[in-house]
Design a protein around this ligand. Structure first.
Ligand SMILES: Nc1ncnc2c1ncn2[C@@H]1O[C@H](COP(=O)(O)OP(=O)(O)OP(=O)(O)O)[C@@H](O)[C@H]1O
Length: 323
């Protein structure tokens, strides 16, 4: 992909061998990942696989008992893990912003929407006049497809989908180059989910930003992202362009995620039965990723790997021991 690289050849985000622990729990076990400029990357996996932890690590928002034990994260050339204080606060929102899980329930119930978005902007950019702030908020509401009257409304007057759009407006207020959206639509009904997700994608295109879309809804991801990274037990086990991942899934865990799509649309929790919950308190070797076709990387040295090439893999019988 030509848009993969900046002029200097560097991706927008580069994560190298990041480990995050919560006490004895190894939540992220040596992740390597890049996000290119303009790219939408899907980060998928079951609950507990470490997706949110990885997302929070990118913003240095891991709090005790959590700790980023080692690794490097570069965003826009800035070494995030050795940045501190004011620079780090500035970096959040202006370079990278997070739409956290359940964010629509964290809106202040006694404050009008317009004031909440204004406050979010002012916290990072105090140079604006009242008038220009108001104009900015109105244009943000318009970007997320909300009518201007929402400016004067309170959260309880809005539907779930509208509240989530407000959270998107806040997250994009300072035009970040990377938007991280953690399960941004999981609390919404299926139809609303799709329209909100489409708005998120449109906004991201308008801002020329990159996005990491964290989630477990493979069907939704298939429609929205350029590339998917599959996480299992704190590691990326497969990453590929979206069409390639769905047509040629190599890792057994990826295949099971794809096979469980119907149960996801029925809104049952995603549980890949064939894969037991690993004990995250035990040290595990980091699986090595190998390229099986251009841009398609798979952990080929763990017990669930299919060591053939992706083309052969699609012909292949089941590789997972059941029961
Ligand atoms: N604050 C915390 N304290 C202790 N353990 C934590 C904390 N946050 C996460 N963990 C543990 O780290 C592991 C990874 O959790 P994480 O929330 O990153 O996974 P996830 O894939 O995002 O799941 P979900 O989709 O449910 O959010 C889990 O075993 C979880 O119990």
């Amino acid at each position: 992909m030509t848009r993969d690289m900046t002029r200097s050849g560097e991706p927008l985000l580069r994560i190298d061998d990041v480990h995050v622990h919560y006490g004895r729990v190894i939540a992220v076990n040596g992740v390597d990942l890049t996000v290119s400029r303009g790219e939408t990357l899907g980060l998928v996996g079951e609950s507990g696989s470490g997706k949110s932890t990885l997302a929070m690590a990118i913003l240095r928002l891991i709090t005790p008992p959590g700790r980023i034990v080692s690794g490097r994260i570069h965003l826009n050339g800035v070494d995030i893990l050795s940045t501190g204080g004011r620079q780090l606060r500035q970096l959040r929102w202006t370079d990278v912003s997070l739409i956290p899980q359940g964010s629509m329930n964290s809106l202040n119930p006694v404050m009008r929407i317009g004031d909440q978005i204004q406050d979010a902007i002012e916290a990072h950019d105090r140079r604006q006049t009242k008038d220009s702030l108001r104009q900015r908020v109105l244009s943000l509401l318009d970007m997320v497809r909300l009518p201007a009257r929402v400016y004067g409304m309170y959260p309880h007057e809005l539907s779930g989908g509208m509240k989530q759009r407000v959270c998107i407006a806040m997250a994009i207020a300072l035009g970040p180059s990377l938007i991280i959206a953690d399960e941004p639509t999981s609390a919404l009904d299926v139809v609303v989910q799709k329209t909100v997700a489409e708005t998120l994608l449109k906004v991201k295109e308008e801002l020329n930003s990159s996005m990491i879309l964290v989630g477990h809804d493979m069907a939704l991801q298939a429609q929205l992202v350029d590339r998917i990274a599959v996480m299992y037990a704190g590691n990326i086990v497969e990453v590929a362009p979206v069409a390639e991942l769905f047509s040629n899934p190599v890792h057994a865990y990826t295949r099971h995620l794809i096979a469980s799509v119907p149960s996801i649309t029925e809104r049952k929790p995603l549980v890949v039965k064939e894969f037991q919950r690993p004990d995250l308190t035990t040290a595990r070797p980091k699986p090595e990723l190998r390229e099986v076709s251009p841009g398609h990387l798979v952990a080929l040295d763990d017990e669930h790997s299919d060591r053939r090439t992706s083309g052969e893999a699609s012909e292949r019988e089941e590789v997972i021991p059941r029961g």
